[in-house]
Ligand binder design. Structure first.
Ligand code: ZN
Length: 200
């Protein structure tokens, strides 16, 4: 197919097409939108990307991404040091923060154990986790891992890893979603909801 624009614009489209959720068609639409909104959007976006590229760092304490190390969450003195929430990915940390469910500290593993993908304990941010718990002050580690086979394998591994330390390890309940109807749940979710039922 013949190009409709010069190599610079084609390059912009190709890069946009690599973003999650954008295919070639929507990338083309996004590029055109940016170009049309040059003053309000393209310029400010270019500046924001440049600044992010220069300043983004991974927090050496928790593994979050921010423009400072320690990150904003680690430096926040209003947070509860006694609770440490373990997540697989920064995206999970951000989702929990958006939901405002917990005011503790976080630790990003950077993945889950996976025999299939060849991810072992050494590939995850586990040493730092053990060190943080061993330093004292943490009373509970909440495993906020995905309800996948790899997520649950990782949860068992971490529970074992922390078993010699004086800390309570808990995990998220799996069950009926808020507003969910039993009729629509898959068997796995329904079975987990029964296994983890709570007394009233
Ligand atoms: Zn941090």
């Amino acid at each position: 197919m013949a190009s409709t624009s010069g190599p610079e614009i084609e390059r912009l489209i190709q890069l946009l097409a690599r973003l999650p959720g954008l295919g070639p068609r929507s990338a083309r639409r996004a590029a055109l939108h940016l170009i049309k909104k040059r003053e309000q959007l393209l310029g400010p976006l270019a500046d924001a990307i440049r600044v992010a590229n220069e300043r983004v760092v991974v927090c050496s304490t928790c593994g979050n991404v921010d423009t400072s190390d320690p990150c904003t969450l680690c430096r926040d003195t209003r947070r509860d040091d006694a609770v440490l929430v373990l997540v697989e990915d920064v995206a999970d940390l951000w989702a929990l923060e958006r939901a405002q469910v917990i005011n503790g500290r976080y630790h990003v593993l950077g993945g889950t154990l996976s025999a299939l993908d060849g991810v072992g304990p050494k590939d995850l941010n586990l040493d730092r986790l053990v060190a943080r718990v061993a330093e004292g002050g943490v009373q509970e580690v909440i495993l906020a891992l995905n309800a996948t086979v790899d997520g649950q394998t990782t949860a068992h591994y971490v529970t074992d890893l922390l078993s010699h330390l004086p800390v309570k390890v808990s995990r998220l309940a799996h069950g009926v979603p808020v507003g969910g109807e039993l009729d629509y749940l898959d068997e796995g979710t329904l079975a987990a909801a029964f296994r983890q039922r709570t007394a009233l």
